[in-house]
Write a protein that binds this ligand. Structure first.
Ligand code: CUA
Length: 346
């Protein structure tokens, strides 16, 4: 592309990059043209109406109403056009495609740690396949960072107390920059890395290179290590809610509101169990704040996510109101179709 030859622009290497550049270019042209016009008019009027002997006093001048209407309506239409275009693009960037491959990221002063669903881990380098939507779920272990892929035109703040997610789909193979885009301390400028976009076959080969069991299976071990399984049993006899089939469903809480069981809900329920108590249960679960590292949290969340695909034991008990995690509720038709497993090797 012509733009990528222009040294001000990084590579256009994702599906949304051309759209972002088009909007950016349009806005630069509009604002640049208007700025130049304003300067030309300033100089022209300054000279034309300079003080002369016949022109000592200012004169009142009422511009015609039609002219006033024109300079209100035209900029309004231009701004509305930018607004609609910008929101259309914003929603495209925000909405993660359903078939996205999951990757988990942890930021800390001063490095990026990435984990693949198969358990592969890497630092300051991220391997992804080309032509496939990638969803990155991320959290920070300390301060606010921001994960920025200039070539993909996506950037997202990484926060210490909740998960954020972003997605992209690379359109060409190669090696592209990763930057931290939020000042995070002395070595902020050194918090960089590379994303390696590979052919799907090469990516599979790379994945086969090494792993300590899938992320979910490592999470399952932690689930036992922290004795979560003593209360969260697979039938309704446990002291805690059943987690099978939970992910992506609507959960009824004891204050009669519902919440979607997504990554942030699961994370919060581990760190701050009292925040949202499932209807029919009491807040007896201890907090795991400070005991589980961000890496391990991701594994646990990934395990609970993987349980979402197993909806066997979720049968309403005698008192149906006590527990409502109706798998596949009408609000979440796709619930349980976890993208988690799609990333796994066959
Ligand atoms: Cu991390 Cu700046």
């Amino acid at each position: 592309m012509m733009l990528s030859e222009f040294p001000l622009w990084p590579d256009q290497a994702s599906t949304i990059a051309p759209s972002v550049d088009a909007l950016m270019t349009f806005m630069c042209i509009v604002t640049g043209t208007v700025s130049v016009l304003i300067f030309i008019v300033i100089f022209y009027l300054a000279i034309k109406y300079r003080r002369t002997p016949e022109n000592q006093l200012a004169q009142d001048y009422e511009p015609p109403k039609a002219l006033e209407a024109v300079w209100i309506i035209i900029p309004f239409l231009i701004f509305m056009f930018m607004f609609v275009w910008g929101s259309w693009l914003y929603f495209r960037i925000q909405r993660v495609p359903d078939n996205a491959l999951d990757i988990y990221a942890t930021a800390k002063q001063w490095m990026w740690k990435f984990q693949h669903p198969g358990g592969q881990r890497e630092i300051n380098t991220l391997h992804v396949p080309v032509g496939r939507p990638i969803r990155i779920t991320m959290a920070s272990e300390d301060v606010i960072h921001s994960l920025y892929f200039p070539a993909f035109r996506v950037k997202c703040d990484v926060l210490p107390n909740r998960y954020k997610e972003m997605w992209f789909q690379a359109t060409k193979t190669g090696r592209f920059h990763i930057f931290c885009a939020e000042y995070c301390g002395t070595l902020h400028s050194g918090m960089t890395g590379w994303v390696e976009v590979m052919e799907p076959a090469d990516y599979q080969k790379w994945l086969a290179g090494g792993a300590e069991g899938s992320l979910a299976s490592q999470g399952e071990k932690l689930f036992q290590k922290y004795a979560c399984n003593t209360c969260h049993t697979n039938d309704a006899t446990g002291r805690g809610p059943v987690l099978l089939g939970l992910y992506g469903t609507n959960v009824m809480l004891n204050n009669d509101t519902t919440v979607v069981a997504d990554e942030n809900y699961i994370r919060e329920s581990i760190l701050n169990p009292q925040a949202k108590i499932v209807k029919g249960f009491t807040g007896i679960m201890p907090t795991f704040q400070g005991q589980v590292s961000e890496d391990d949290l991701l594994k646990l969340v990934s395990y609970v996510h993987s349980l979402g695909t197993q909806k066997t034991a979720v049968v309403p008990v005698e008192t149906p109101s006590s527990f409502k995690t109706s798998a596949g509720s009408p609000l979440n038709p796709g619930a349980g179709s976890s993208p988690q497993n799609k990333g796994k090797k066959p």
